[in-house]
Write a protein that binds this ligand. Structure first.
Ligand code: NIG
Ligand code: FE
Length: 395
């Protein structure tokens, strides 16, 4: 779209910058966008003229959601596994190998169609940035093509060759770690910004995880990891040791884990260098206890919310659903949850150009069909996203 765009008549604007309360709220506001960037935020009554116009009609507007954890490159689904869980079976992560088989057998076009479908679903629910992981290929060629396809849709791509040890390496995990650190990383790195490891009993132990993440760092990738999802363990502290941008899940934390995260505080009150990304869709879909967001927040840890969209443990692409779960089940206030789903996700990706509506930021805006951000948790399951503007372009 060429020319400027004015979004005016905003009843409640969440800026995550200057304004009222922790969300930096401004009332009766307007936002001017030029060349994909926010260039002015101010009172609607004084809004400058623009080439294009969106009238928010008194509704709430917030930054687009930043979903910093999603696994979109896969084939098949695991609805039967979900049904078995709801009938009492536990979740162990073992089903990942089922999806690996289906993914290896799929064509590029099938994988691409799934990524586009899920990315479209998320966009319609207000997600303007979405991280995408590999991790269901687990061969050199299948991990490289997963990331190549992911990179067609997002710049936030993550190499997760260390998701599980695939069946053909079951009795020689050291050899698989060698493959991940060597030829697989070399083939994946051109398409990846981040490296991730599933550090958990039954997946990768702390020594393997440290070795893989260090190789990724040496190849120029940023570190993030799946940690402390299914039980207590060393993953979170490994993340802190390696200056991970984010440790994700954080369902089973010791006091020392929380303290280690809190110790990464910037010191200027702007939060922690390593973010705790909570994924309540996974606890919902595996019928597990939710992570204790309150404990992390009270310790000063920066918290993000993300979907973990994947066919096994959390087949949702909906950030509003995660916000509602976080408020109802994780003792987050609506303001904390909305911040975590926007600015928090941006911190988890070490980005300062998204998750905020301030001059200079990328113009990613969501117009709600509601007068306040509170309705995202207050009216769960209701399609409240009226309009999405991404990169300054109404979708
Ligand atoms: O984040 N924990 C590991 N990976 C995914 C689950 C993947 C699957 O079950 O297919 C997760 O929950
Ligand atoms: Fe995940």
């Amino acid at each position: 779209m060429s020319g400027s765009l004015l979004v005016d008549n905003i009843g409640e604007l969440v800026t995550n910058g200057a304004g009222e309360g922790p969300l930096g709220i401004r009332r009766k506001a307007a936002v001017l966008v030029e060349e994909g960037r926010v260039v002015w935020v101010g009172p609607s009554a004084y809004a400058p003229a623009a080439d294009h116009h969106v009238d928010a009609g008194g509704a709430a507007v917030l930054p687009g959601f930043v979903d910093s954890h999603a696994h979109l490159v896969f084939a098949g689904d695991r609805a039967a596994e979900f049904a078995a869980r709801m009938a009492g079976q536990p979740y162990t992560g073992g089903g990942i190998r089922t999806t690996v088989g289906a993914t290896r057998a799929a064509t590029d076009e099938e994988l691409r169609a799934t990524v586009r479908r899920l990315r479209g679903e998320a966009l319609r629910q207000g997600t303007t940035t979405m991280e995408i992981k590999s991790g269901y290929g687990l061969t050199v060629a299948d991990e490289a093509r997963s990331l190549r396809i992911a990179a067609e849709t997002s710049t936030e791509t993550t190499f997760l060759g260390a998701h599980v040890v695939p069946a053909e390496y079951a009795d020689r995990p050291d050899d698989y770690v060698g493959l991940v650190c060597g030829p697989m990383l070399a083939a994946a790195a051109p398409y990846a910004k981040w490296i991730d490891v599933f550090c958990e009993r039954g997946a990768f132990d702390v020594d393997h995880a440290r070795a893989i993440l260090a190789c990724g760092q040496a190849a120029g990738l940023g570190v993030r990891l799946h940690a402390n999802q299914l039980g207590p363990g060393p993953g979170v502290q490994l993340g802190v040791e390696l200056d991970a941008a984010s440790v994700d899940h954080c369902t089973h934390l010791s006091d020392a884990d929380v303290a280690a995260l809190a110790d990464t505080a910037h010191g200027d009150g702007s939060g922690t260098r390593t973010v705790a990304t909570l994924l309540p869709g996974a606890e919902f879909s595996t019928r597990s206890p939710y992570p204790d967001a309150r404990r992390l927040l009270d310790a000063g840890v920066t918290v993000a919310l993300a979907t973990d969209c994947n066919p096994g443990s959390s087949y949702t692409s909906s950030m509003p659903f995660c916000v509602a779960l976080a408020v109802r089940e994780m003792r987050m206030t609506p303001a904390e949850a909305v911040w975590a789903a926007t600015a928090g996700g941006a911190r988890a990706l070490r980005r300062d150009d998204i998750g905020v509506v301030t001059p200079g930021a990328r113009a990613d805006l969501v117009v709600l069909d509601a007068p306040s951000y509170l309705h995202l948790a207050y009216r769960p399951g209701v399609p409240l996203i009226r309009q999405v503007i991404r990169n300054g372009v109404p979708q």
